[in-house]
Write a protein that binds this ligand. Structure first.
Ligand SMILES: Cc1ncc(COP(=O)(O)O)c(C=O)c1O
Length: 437
C-alpha cells in the first residue's frame, strides 16, 4: 500500500509539470475575410487546390512600387520580373497599371511565349542561358517581336560572350548583350578589370554581330546578409561603387559603347539593378535607370522584410479539406496518441487536405500547422490545429506561398478576386516548349 502511494506521488510531479507547461490552444475559426474566400473557393474552385490572387492587394502593391519609382533619384523605369508573376495576363495587367513594357525573363519557354503574347515588350534575360536555349528561342520564335532591338541576352563572362559571338557570326544574326556585373552577391558576373576589358574589346571589334545594350547588377544581399556584415545603406553604397567602376571603365576605355540614356529603345544603355528586396533603397541613387521588381506585387512569405513594409500578401494556395479526422492519431502509437493531444490542444483537430508539401505555410484558419511527427505528403498532406479551427470536409485550408516564383505556376489558372468576389481566371506560363493542352 505504501509503495503504491509512493509511486503515485513520484508520477504526480512530472505529470503536473507537463500539464502546467503544455502548449496553449492557438487555433481560431476563419476571419471574415477568409470565410468569404472559402465561400468563393466553394463556388469557383472546382474541388482542387487553386491559387487565389487578390487583385485589391495587387493594386495596393503596384501603387507602392509606383510611388517609390516616382520618388527615386534619376529617371528610373520599372522592369517586371516574369518568373515571379508568371502569367501573361498578370504581367500585362501590371505593365498597364505601372506604365512599363519592360520584362526580365529567366526561362526560354517563357521567352518565346512572352515574345508572342507581348510583342511590344522589351526583355532582358535575368540569367545567362546556355547556347542551346538561345538556339531554341530563335528556332521557335514567331511574330512581330524583333529580338535584335527588343531583347538583351545576359552575358556573365568572356567565355559566354565568345560562344554567343561565334554563334551570332555563324547564323548572321546580331545579338544585343547585357553584361552581368558582380555587385557583391558573388553569383557570377564580372567586376571592373581585365575580364570586363576583354568583353568590351570583343564587342567593340565585332559591331556587326554584337551590340552592348546594358548592364545588370542584382543586389539582394544588401538587405539579406546579417547586420553584423554591414547595414543595407553601407552595402548598397558598396554595390553601387562596384557598378560605378564598371560604368567608368566603359566610358573611359570605350566611349562609343557608352551612351547615356534609357536603354535599348533609346540610344543609351540599360542600367538594371534591384529586385523586390531592394527596390526602395535605390530611390537614393541616380546611376541605375532600370529597376527590376516581381515578387513584391504578390508579396510571398520570404519577402516579409523591413524593406518591403506596407506590401500586402496577394496570393494564397487554397486546398480542400478531404478528411476532418478529429484528434491526431499517429500510426504505431494508435490509442496512445491520446497522450499527445491531451498535452497539446493544437493537435486535437487534424485535417487531411488535397495535395500538399508546397513551398508555403498554412495561414487560415489561424493556428494550423504541419505535423512533424506524421511528415508531409504531396498527395494528402496533414495539418493539425486546435478544435476552434472548426473545418469541415469541403472547407479550404489557405496557405501563403514563401515565394511566388515556381509556386504560382503549380495550380493551373489563377483564380481572381476583387472586393472578395470572383472576377475571373488568368493563365499561367508553362514550364516547357510543349504547346498547352
Ligand atoms: C537578376 C535578378 N533580378 C531581379 C530579381 C528580383 O526578382 P523579385 O523582384 O521577384 O525578387 C531576381 C530574382 O531572382 C534576379 O535573379
Amino acid at each position: 500500500m505504501r509503495r503504491r502511494h509512493l509511486l503515485l506521488g513520484a508520477l504526480a510531479l512530472p505529470l503536473g509539470l507537463a500539464w502546467w507547461a503544455r502548449p496553449r490552444a492557438q487555433g481560431a475559426p476563419y476571419s471574415a475575410e477568409f470565410a468569404r474566400r472559402n465561400a468563393l473557393l466553394g463556388a469557383h474552385g472546382g474541388g482542387i487546390p487553386r491559387l487565389l490572387l487578390d487583385l485589391d492587394a495587387v493594386d495596393h502593391n503596384i501603387a507602392l512600387v509606383r510611388e517609390s519609382l516616382a520618388r527615386g533619384a534619376g529617371d528610373k523605369q520599372l522592369r517586371l520580373v516574369a518568373k515571379s508573376v508568371p502569367s501573361v495576363e498578370l504581367l500585362s495587367y501590371l505593365a498597364e497599371a505601372a506604365g512599363t513594357r519592360r520584362l526580365m525573363v529567366f526561362h526560354q519557354p517563357h521567352l518565346n511565349t512572352l515574345a508572342q503574347a507581348m510583342p511590344d515588350s522589351h526583355m532582358l534575360l535575368g540569367k545567362p542561358l546556355p547556347l542551346a536555349a538561345v538556339e531554341a528561342f530563335y528556332a521557335l520564335h514567331r511574330g512581330s517581336f524583333v529580338p535584335e532591338r527588343q531583347l538583351e541576352w545576359l552575358v556573365d563572362s568572356p567565355r559566354r560572350l565568345a560562344a554567343y559571338d561565334d554563334w551570332a557570326r555563324s547564323q548572321g544574326r546580331p545579338l544585343a548583350v547585357n553584361i552581368e556585373i558582380n555587385v557583391g552577391l558573388h553569383r557570377g558576373g564580372v567586376t571592373a578589370g581585365p575580364e570586363l576589358a576583354a568583353m568590351l574589346e570583343r564587342i567593340a571589334a565585332n559591331p556587326r554581330h554584337l551590340r552592348l545594350a546594358g548592364l545588370m547588377g542584382y543586389d539582394p544581399h544588401v538587405v539579406k546578409v546579417p547586420a553584423l556584415l554591414g547595414s543595407p545603406d553601407a552595402l548598397l553604397a558598396k554595390a553601387m561603387r562596384a557598378y560605378q567602376d564598371v560604368v567608368e571603365q566603359i566610358a573611359q576605355t570605350h566611349p562609343a559603347l557608352w551612351r547615356e540614356g534609357r536603354g535599348i529603345n533609346g540610344d543609351g544603355l540599360t542600367l538594371n539593378t534591384a529586385g523586390s528586396p531592394t527596390y526602395r533603397l535605390h530611390e537614393s541613387e541616380s546611376l541605375s535607370n532600370d529597376i527590376a521588381v516581381g515578387s513584391a506585387f504578390v508579396h510571398p512569405g520570404d519577402f516579409d522584410l523591413p524593406s518591403l513594409s506596407g506590401h500586402r500578401p496577394a496570393a494564397w494556395i487554397a486546398t480542400p479539406v478531404l478528411k476532418a479526422a478529429g484528434p491526431l492519431t499517429l500510426p504505431g502509437l494508435d490509442g496512445a496518441s491520446r497522450l499527445l493531444h491531451w498535452w497539446d490542444p493544437n493537435r486535437r483537430a487534424s485535417y487531411f487536405v488535397y495535395g500538399g508539401h508546397w513551398l508555403a505555410d498554412p495561414v487560415a484558419p489561424a493556428g494550423l500547422r504541419p505535423e512533424p511527427l506524421f511528415g508531409h505528403s504531396t498527395n494528402q498532406d496533414l495539418v493539425v490545429g486546435a478544435p476552434a479551427t472548426a473545418l469541415a470536409e469541403g472547407d479550404h485550408v489557405f496557405l501563403r506561398p514563401r515565394q511566388s516564383e515556381r509556386v504560382l505556376g503549380q495550380f493551373g489558372p489563377l483564380l481572381l478576386s476583387r472586393g472578395g468576389e470572383h472576377v475571373g481566371e488568368w493563365s499561367v506560363l508553362g514550364g516547357s516548349n510543349a504547346p498547352a493542352a
